[in-house]
Write a protein that binds this ligand. Sequence first.
Ligand SMILES: *[C@@H]1O[C@H](CO)[C@@H](O)[C@H](O)[C@H]1NC(C)=O
Ligand SMILES: *[C@@H]1O[C@H](CO)[C@@H](O)[C@H](O)[C@H]1NC(C)=O
Ligand SMILES: *[C@@H]1O[C@H](CO)[C@@H](O)[C@H](O)[C@H]1NC(C)=O
Ligand SMILES: *[C@@H]1O[C@H](CO)[C@@H](O)[C@H](O)[C@H]1NC(C)=O
Ligand SMILES: *[C@@H]1O[C@H](CO)[C@@H](O)[C@H](O)[C@H]1NC(C)=O
Ligand SMILES: *[C@@H]1O[C@H](CO)[C@@H](O)[C@H](O)[C@H]1NC(C)=O
Ligand SMILES: *[C@@H]1O[C@H](CO)[C@@H](O)[C@H](O)[C@H]1NC(C)=O
Ligand SMILES: *[C@@H]1O[C@H](CO)[C@@H](O)[C@H](O)[C@H]1NC(C)=O
Ligand SMILES: *[C@@H]1O[C@H](CO)[C@@H](O)[C@H](O)[C@H]1NC(C)=O
Ligand SMILES: *[C@@H]1O[C@H](CO)[C@@H](O)[C@H](O)[C@H]1NC(C)=O
Ligand SMILES: *[C@@H]1O[C@H](CO)[C@@H](O)[C@H](O)[C@H]1NC(C)=O
Ligand SMILES: *[C@@H]1O[C@H](CO)[C@@H](O)[C@H](O)[C@H]1NC(C)=O
Length: 754
Amino acid sequence: MWLFICLTWSLTAILTAAAQSTQGIQDLVKRRLPNHVNEFEFLLTCNETTPISTAIREVNDNYTISSTAGGKILVEGNSLIALASGLHRYLTDVVNVDIFWYIGSRLDVGPSSLPTVETPINGASVVPWRYHFNTVTFSYTAAFWTWEDWELELDWLALRGVNLPLAWVGQEKILVDAFREIGLTDAEISTYLSGPAFQAWNRFGNIQGSWGGDLPMQWIENQFELQKNITQRMVELGMTPVLPCFTGFVPRAITRVLPNAAVVNGSQWNGFPTEYTNVTFLEPSDPNFEKLQISYITKQANAYGNITHFYTLDQYNENNPYLNSTDYLTSVSNNTMKSLKTADPEAIWLMQGWLFYSSSTFWIKENVEAYLGGVSDNSDMLVLDLFAESQPQWSNSRVNSYYGKPWIWCQLHDYGGSMGLYGQIMNITINPIEALASSSSLVGFGLTMEGQEGNEVMYDLLLDQAWSKSPIDTDAYFSNWVTRRYAGSGELPNELYQAWDMMRTTVYNNTNLAASTAVTKSILELSPSITGMLGSTGHHAITLTYDPDILTSAWKLMFAAATPNPSLWDNPAYQYDMVDITRQVLSNNFAAQYTTLVNTYNSTTNSTSYNATTISTLSKPLLDTLTTLDQVLSTNPSFTLSTWLSAALASSPSTSPSNQSFFTYNARNQITLWGPDGEISDYASKSWGGLVSGYYVPRWEIFTQYLQEADVQAYDGTVLGGRLKVFEVAWQSDGTGNGKYDGWRGWVLMMRRW
Ligand SMILES: *[C@@H]1O[C@H](CO)[C@@H](O)[C@H](O)[C@H]1NC(C)=O
Ligand SMILES: *[C@@H]1O[C@H](CO)[C@@H](O)[C@H](O)[C@H]1NC(C)=O
Ligand SMILES: *[C@@H]1O[C@H](CO)[C@@H](O)[C@H](O)[C@H]1NC(C)=O
Ligand SMILES: *[C@@H]1O[C@H](CO)[C@@H](O)[C@H](O)[C@H]1NC(C)=O
Ligand SMILES: *[C@@H]1O[C@H](CO)[C@@H](O)[C@H](O)[C@H]1NC(C)=O
Ligand SMILES: *[C@@H]1O[C@H](CO)[C@@H](O)[C@H](O)[C@H]1NC(C)=O
Ligand SMILES: *[C@@H]1O[C@H](CO)[C@@H](O)[C@H](O)[C@H]1NC(C)=O
Ligand SMILES: *[C@@H]1O[C@H](CO)[C@@H](O)[C@H](O)[C@H]1NC(C)=O
Ligand SMILES: *[C@@H]1O[C@H](CO)[C@@H](O)[C@H](O)[C@H]1NC(C)=O
Ligand SMILES: *[C@@H]1O[C@H](CO)[C@@H](O)[C@H](O)[C@H]1NC(C)=O
Ligand SMILES: *[C@@H]1O[C@H](CO)[C@@H](O)[C@H](O)[C@H]1NC(C)=O
Ligand SMILES: *[C@@H]1O[C@H](CO)[C@@H](O)[C@H](O)[C@H]1NC(C)=O
């Protein structure tokens, strides 16, 4: 219906004036290209006309880049995000520079005089929306981010054309105020909120409460202040934030203040004790639900302005509905939507579609249809097909393109911030384009990684696919990506291109979904055992989908590239990638060493043939590999435990020892035991310097020591597990080895020795 109207998306601009300001994009240039501030001109080819209230956005973004007679670079576009995307296109394709996670902005390492554009360059998106974030990214990756970290992320998003980012930070402030208003005490609210590293699952209604201490109210206030910056910046950059709202999950004490409230308990999550799960859910049919919704959304709009109509709302993420009844499900979604509309007449409900995959037994066709069908106007909802590259839901007959509700094709790719090198280049280029042709309600492409941990090229690729009608040619794409990745180091050696091309067709070209559907994890990060370590597949796979020798060859080429061009060692992207690829090579080698050890151990048929000295000899290479790995990782702050722990400490609102230890406990617990008693131990494990030496080495020592004490007939997994657990629990609050930063030069010397 808006087809002929020229549209842009910043609602702030709608409120302020007809003419939209390009100041936010100019400010981005000021931040990242301070020497070229006056060399760019941005021109919006459309003015704001009507506020948009439909998820079925019918306009794609477009831009044109040219050089003016006065020698400036002119970017014209039909929206702010189109201008940001056009700027990025110029920087990546003409200047060959970019901005990256972990490495930071390299946008300023191009020539001092910017190249002119001979023939104008045009670009147009093939989908109106580009989405970013998974609810859990806010805990796995961003739990302790500062404003500076956010600024980098938001510039990264804007330049890559993302116009629909999730914005969860600080939501507890709004929630706490809404709860206080109905008479709950701070103590009652406190028993509901989870710790700083676990908020995502509290927001999902999977868990409640906090083990190891309570979330300080001051932290909530600080996050709220941070969110003001985040949402404002998002709007300035032309993005529409997706904000939280009231989901229905409430403190148990709700029945004290609302004795007649219709509440039910959610299900138990991952074996957590009832104290921390079975979260109380206020039925949306209860009039108090709507009251809380109005209270929440009004408070939020007062705090951040009327900047969006999109609300993230997940009631059944890994949490099954109270009743298996289509009438009930229809009533839940209908009343939920009604509450949103009462609070914001133009509200759009954004839902992560994960439930339809993870709880597919419950979500039979009738239930999916009933739940989605409770919302009568299709454009009131927007569903994320969360894991579309491996487990697309839209295309199966149960989910049936979400029965007409608009949806977004998302790449999940990474679970729990796992660090393996991995990608499905074919699926993320070919499948979204095919989906676009076959589902008329597909309105966007997006990234829903649980953690942002490396493999950045895979995320760039899908976001760029959103601007290409046909599947991107990955050969040319990787080559261009390598050029801008290592910008600032002059002419790049061929070896770099060769190494990345070898990885492109192997590491990044998984097509064997039976072996792995997402980023792999290394066994060195898992609690050791002689059983069940190898061969796991699926979304937390150990199984490699490529020949490890190929990666070793690519690694050698990468290393060799610095021989003719030693200045590469000064390039932060090269430093990062060398650590990352070395990490993977060592991890692959570790798996082979483990196999040798356990095969020998297992082959001893009785106590006569068992030889503890042999086991000790075979154990040594494993421990040596871990030690080497730890040294390599410790050369780069992006790969150290101390970076994570210092960020947690810095975000602690007080320097009191109890506050500080609560924050480091949270940070440690998430990446190790994940839960008060190891409920999902090692789910979010990391190969980080300091964590390898301080946590994994001791575990493998306990394991190899045990193998030297007991032959395979006497092996008792419970005994071994008990010893490991004692260590794991002690480490939570008293870990050693916070990781050290030796500097990369030390690392190079070490590598040469190795
Ligand atoms: C750019 O989008 C506008 C609508 O906002 C449209 O009128 C125009 O034709 C598009 N230009 C190109 C080159 O696609
Ligand atoms: C946008 O509005 C401003 C001020 O109202 C006007 O000067 C400008 O020409 C308009 N631009 C377009 C592309 O319509
Ligand atoms: C918000 O941004 C300003 C700079 O614009 C900064 O001074 C302030 O510290 C930021 N707030 C938070 C909570 O980080
Ligand atoms: C918690 O949820 C589980 C189902 O997941 C259920 O069996 C159990 O009864 C629930 N407990 C409470 C206290 O609600
Ligand atoms: C947001 O919009 C509502 C309804 O249009 C209005 O009452 C309210 O004042 C606005 N709030 C802000 C902060 O602009
Ligand atoms: C839900 O009910 C349907 C029939 O009404 C039944 O076929 C299905 O097995 C039930 N699902 C569960 C998880 O109990
Ligand atoms: C709730 O259901 C009624 C009856 O089907 C329907 O008329 C109404 O539009 C629905 N409300 C929403 C917000 O979808
Ligand atoms: C990826 O692997 C598939 C299946 O082995 C193969 O057909 C395809 O050519 C490969 N693509 C690339 C870019 O290597
Ligand atoms: C892409 O993923 C689908 C499942 O979503 C799978 O059936 C197909 O084999 C994959 N294609 C490739 C090339 O990996
Ligand atoms: C070693 O033997 C045990 C049984 O004693 C078996 O469960 C396990 O899978 C074996 N491990 C390997 C790596 O072969
Ligand atoms: C123990 O194993 C060795 C070597 O496999 C074999 O020669 C010997 O007969 C076995 N002894 C017993 C008691 O089974
Ligand atoms: C165990 O193996 C070592 C060599 O690996 C050998 O020196 C030693 O004699 C063996 N011990 C027994 C009891 O066979």
